[in-house]
Design a protein around this ligand. Structure first.
Ligand code: FES
Ligand SMILES: [Fe+2]
Length: 281
């Protein structure tokens, strides 16, 4: 919830601390730990006070395992997307993952953020751009699932590769999956591997520059850097190189938008449809 007092806008809490209630240090407005208004000195004569506006504003909030997510202005309820994702992956020890900052990285890409996302949203280019990853992936079985505001790519891997150990009743129990690639509209990716999750956050800096954070959360270090979840830095650099070429190519006066492959570019089509929908809202 908001950390800003609903009176004159003072910042309420500046450091982690134990407290029974929140008291503003400016004029003494008090709130419960749930953000509800409790009392305020000097307002005895105020009419229509308090109202709903005196409570601290709440934001959309959810979690997957111990990863916390918030959205200031959620378009749809968190449960809609996160509920479905968690149901699919909750056989994994999600509460045990820890951030490994040494394995986390930030990349600066000389391309528009949307081109970066489009590249992420198809596995079509894997045999051409990622020879290493291609050796682990069973390209013929690579699959896509499209939901309303997120989509999933299923990284089916070859027999010898590291894969999820599914419980019997899991919907994917008969498949050999080395990675779930979730993309959440518009700019978040959750790459789920047998070792943990790599969260990618894509931030536009300007029209031709994008900053991408790779945050690494691991629950089983013994499986790290194997199968479809191996050499992520190399795969990222291969992606960047191609996306930076496309950034130049799409500006050509001789280029006009290309067609979508119906089987391989469902995710890219989904992305462009959502961008078009939200730009015209
Ligand atoms: S700003 Fe918080 S009580 Fe005045
Ligand atoms: Fe790629």
């Amino acid at each position: 919830m908001s950390n800003v007092c609903t009176h004159r806008g003072n910042i309420l809490v500046s450091s982690p601390q134990k407290m029974r209630e929140i008291v503003c240090c400016y004029h003494g407005k008090r709130f419960g730990l749930d953000g509800c208004f409790k009392s305020m000195p000097g307002f005895q004569q105020a009419e229509n006070f308090p109202t709903e506006k005196d409570n601290l504003k709440k934001v959309g909030f959810s979690k997957i395992g111990n990863l916390l997510f918030a959205s200031l202005f959620p378009n749809e309820t968190f449960e809609d997307a996160f509920g479905k994702i968690e149901e699919r992956i909750n056989f994994l020890p999600l509460d045990q993952m820890k951030e490994y900052e040494n394995y986390s990285r930030t990349y600066l890409v000389k391309a528009n953020w949307m081109l970066y996302c489009e590249n992420y949203l198809e596995g079509f280019h894997i045999p051409f751009v990622h020879p290493g990853l291609n050796a682990a992936i069973d390209f013929g079985s690579y699959d896509y699932e499209i939901d309303r505001l997120f989509n999933l790519q299923l990284g089916i891997v070859k027999e010898s590769e590291e894969a999820f150990d599914f419980p019997e009743n899991h919907p994917d129990a008969d498949r050999k999956i080395g990675a779930y690639y979730y993309w959440l509209f518009p700019n978040t990716m959750l790459n789920v591997y047998p070792w943990g999750i790599s969260v990618n956050v894509v931030r536009p800096i300007d029209e031709g520059t994008t900053k991408v954070d790779f945050k690494t959360y691991i629950w089983d270090i013994t499986k790290y850097d194997k199968g479809a979840g191996a050499d992520l830095d190399k795969v990222e650099r291969e992606d960047e190189e191609i996306v930076e070429r496309v950034q130049i190519g799409v500006k050509s006066r001789l280029y006009d938008k290309g067609r979508f492959s119906p089987s391989m570019e469902k995710g890219v089509h989904h992305f462009q449809s959502l961008i078009a929908e939200f730009l015209t809202k």
